[in-house]
Write a protein that binds this ligand. Structure first.
Ligand SMILES: [Zn+2]
Length: 302
């Protein structure tokens, strides 16, 4: 975990969740994503504070707790603004929406944990709809729509650096966590296509290593291919699990078993269930999967 300068004014801080920092005019700094809590963000910001800079703004790429968890403390300490896409904003203002959405009702205490429910951010400014350019703290930024993993996630491009956040996952992350959290599979695939045509030298994923596209062969196409292959693999697994009419619970069990995984906790169970449900929705939308009720049981059938 360390601060790395990529260009004259863009830095990245690699941690459990990666962050980017941009030096803005008038001794100001912009932070992109704030981490699971403010710990890493404060370490990343320290050298800027020591130079007399102030934190002007946090931009949240999306509303997941591990990307917004530092907001509340940083706002309290610095009075900075927080910016987010319109449809991510409610989850940042009212973070209980995250476990409520996952559970479908008031969540049990096991889902009201830091990883799924951040501290609320008191106020959030709305970013204009992507694709667009926006000026924050005197810095011109390009926003690229990357929904799919979250409702309205954005990637941020500045000075040849593309902060892709969870718009893509590194192959080694997919290997470890093959059920990629997902709300909309078709949107995710379209977002991968949007990332594919980008020309920035550096691409910063939300988790894992910084991608440098100019040292040796460009690794981005293979990384995007691994994401597409995962989507395909999940669809195939859901179809195989539903060859015979099967309740959601069993589909989830079979898909995880096929990946060598087992549900171990409430949090992981509901995250995986949501991701598999996103694939089920897509298969229903394309007519490949249907639902039937038999003796009062809801069954999925390919
Ligand atoms: Zn996320």
């Amino acid at each position: 975990m360390s601060l790395q300068q990529l260009t004259e004014r863009v830095y990245v801080y690699r941690g459990g969740v990666n962050m980017a920092l941009i030096e803005a005019p008038d001794k100001r700094v912009i932070l992109i994503d704030s981490g699971l809590d403010s710990g890493n963000a404060r370490k990343a910001l320290r050298p800027f504070f020591e130079k007399g800079c102030t934190l002007a703004a946090i931009i949240n790429t999306h509303s997941h707790a591990d990307h917004i968890g530092g907001n509340a403390d940083l706002v309290k300490r610095t009075g900075c603004q927080v910016w987010a896409p319109a449809r991510e904003r409610p989850w940042i203002l009212w973070p209980e929406l995250e476990p409520t959405g996952l559970y479908g009702a008031a969540p049990p205490p096991a889902l009201q944990v830091k990883f799924l429910q951040a501290q609320p951010t008191p106020e959030v400014q709305v970013l204009p709809p992507a694709p667009c350019r926006v000026t924050i703290a005197g810095v011109d930024l390009e926003l690229i729509p990357t929904p799919g993993h979250a409702l309205e996630q954005v990637a941020v491009a500045v000075d040849g650096v593309l902060v892709a956040a969870d718009g893509l996952f590194m192959p080694e992350v997919i290997e470890k966590h093959p059920v990629i959290f997902m709300v909309n599979v078709a949107d995710y695939l379209a977002s991968l296509d949007r990332l594919e045509v980008r020309t920035e030298r550096f691409v910063l994923p939300g988790h894992g290593d910084l991608i440098d596209r100019q040292t040796g062969e460009d690794p981005l196409p293979a990384i995007l291919a691994a994401n597409r292959a995962n989507m395909e693999q999940m669809q195939v697994a859901v179809l195989a699990a539903t060859a015979e009419p099967c309740p959601l619970e069993d589909v989830l069990y079979q898909v995880l078993a096929g990946l060598g995984k087992q549900a171990q906790s409430e949090a992981q169970y509901f995250l995986d269930r949501a991701a598999v449900s996103a694939h089920i929705s897509r298969l229903m939308g394309t007519g490949k999967l249907s639902v039937e009720f038999r003796n009062g049981r809801r069954l999925l059938k390919a």
